[in-house]
Design a binder for this molecule. Structure first.
Ligand SMILES: Cc1ncc(COP(=O)(O)O)c(C=O)c1O
Length: 440
């Protein structure tokens, strides 16, 4: 099949070359690709403070115009080499159309799956690409088989709001009780473990729990492995939301110690929007039914847990380029830099009496993401007003988060291309908020 082979190899030969030769800077479609090169010998913490290196990283990104954008928790901007790979893939898919998609795409997607699995430390047959973490997590929750009348499921206020509502929907539909625990606005690993432990002891009917690795509310890190081990000992199944943590924290999927994990690639991995992944550990598929109508009920293929229909082929083809770029910076370096940028504002803000800072009590429990509110102003309306003031008076873009038991807050999420000086601008703005907070 010479035509078929050449159409695919022209494109994919490049992807494969990029994958194999990332270190030498040869990338997609055989083009030379520049990528950041961290200085040899610098520890992540030392590198986190090296503004010159992060300026070099920042030069790979196009910046938001007209505002200082500190809302990068929504999705992660593609670096330019990733965007180029994506656009090349888009052009190829559009030109080759069904001839490519029907004949050769599956083999190319397998390469993207392989790269995801490798980066997570998983087997290829434990991973299926999804459009986002929502698709991955909702499917596990909906297709979970282990619930009956009289059982209970567990969520926490810091979980992603739509995942909590999906658990409530599951509860309503199956006559299952939903238990929701509240995590304090500042917490550490011990606090969180104790709260889950108490919930397990008080609710012996628990069968399934949702656990969030990094909360979208304020970047709190949950000790997933410890809590999941305790849950497993009590016969409770665990689905983990790692939508916000992959690429933000340096870990492998085995470190989470759970059977089912929902990931995003379009946040901190920097792949095109429309890319996520579902991990299901080997041997764990029996408790989650195939997508309704897909496969026999005993089908043990992870791909059968998702039915995306027709999707964005090009976005998935660009996943290896995104992982190449991400890995060229290094996850540990990225984690340390983002933590540092967050500490630059939270270290100041937590001593400002007009503010309440939300998130980790210590570094182990925190990430690059943090949140705050004006002291005592917990309504969504007050948080919305605060977000708008930051934008209109100080030119800083952020986002309101709803869902915490303690009320609304404003989330600040820097990216690798933000500088320490930009965070300094935020600190000045936070200080200035005191004037109007006092006069209000
Ligand atoms: C913790 C967390 N879970 C789940 C999601 C949902 O991600 P997506 O909309 O990409 O599916 C998000 C998105 O911000 C999130 O932060």
């Amino acid at each position: 099949m010479p035509v078929r082979d050449s159409s695919r190899r022209r494109f994919l030969g490049g992807i494969a070359a990029g994958t194999a030769l990332a270190a030498s800077g040869v990338g997609h479609a055989g083009k030379a690709v520049a990528r950041p090169t961290p200085p040899i010998g610098a520890s992540p913490d030392e590198l986190a403070r090296d503004e010159a290196f992060w300026r070099e990283v920042g030069a790979f990104y196009d910046r938001t115009k007209g505002v200082l954008n500190l809302e990068h928790g929504y999705w992660g901007k593609m670096a330019r080499p990733v965007q180029d790979a994506y656009l090349d893939a888009l052009r190829m898919v559009n030109a080759q159309n069904s001839f490519y998609a029907r004949k050769d795409y599956a083999a190319d997607e397998a390469e993207s799956v392989h790269r995801i699995a490798r980066a997570l430390g998983a087997h290829d047959d434990e991973v299926v690409i999804t459009r986002n973490a929502t698709e991955a997590c909702h499917n596990v929750i909906r297709q979970y088989r282990g619930l009956g009348k009289g059982d209970a499921v567990l969520i926490a206020d810091i979980d992603y709001p739509h995942f909590k509502s999906h658990m409530h929907w599951l509860g309503d539909g199956r006559g299952v009780r939903v238990v929701e625990i509240e995590i304090p606005t500042r917490a550490n690993q011990v606090d969180i473990r104790k709260l889950y432990q108490k919930a397990f002891e008080s609710n012996p009917d628990l069968k399934l729990m949702l656990i969030t690795h990094v909360s979208n509310q304020h970047g709190l890190v949950v000790p997933v492995a410890e809590v999941a081990a305790e849950a497993r000992g009590r016969g409770i199944d665990v689905v983990c939301d790692a939508a916000q943590s992959w690429g933000l924290l340096d870990y492998k999927v085995a470190d989470l110690g759970v059977d089912w994990v929902a990931f995003n690639l379009h946040k901190w991995i920097g792949a095109p929007v429309g890319t996520g992944a579902l991990y299901m550990r080997r041997g764990s598929l029996g408790k989650v039914a195939p997508y309704p109508g897909d496969g026999g009920t005993e089908d043990m293929n992870v791909a059968k847990r998702v039915h995306p229909g027709t999707y964005n082929f090009a976005a998935r083809l660009a996943i290896p380029a995104a992982l190449d770029f991400h890995e060229s910076i290094g996850t540990a370096n990225k984690e340390a830099r983002l933590r540092y940028l967050r500490s630059l504002w939270t270290d100041e803000a937590q001593h400002m009496p007009h503010l309440e800072v939300l998130g980790g009590k210590d570094e182990e429990s925190w990430t690059g993401i943090g949140s705050f509110r004006l002291a005592g102003q917990t309504t969504i309306e007050e948080a919305t007003k605060l977000q708008q003031r930051l934008e209109t008076e100080f030119g800083i873009f952020s986002v309101v988060r709803k869902g915490l038991a303690s009320g609304g807050c404003v989330r600040i999420t820097p990216q690798v291309f933000n500088s320490a000086d930009e965070i300094g601008r935020l600190v000045d703005a936070l200080r200035d908020l005191a004037k109007s907070a006092i006069s209000a």
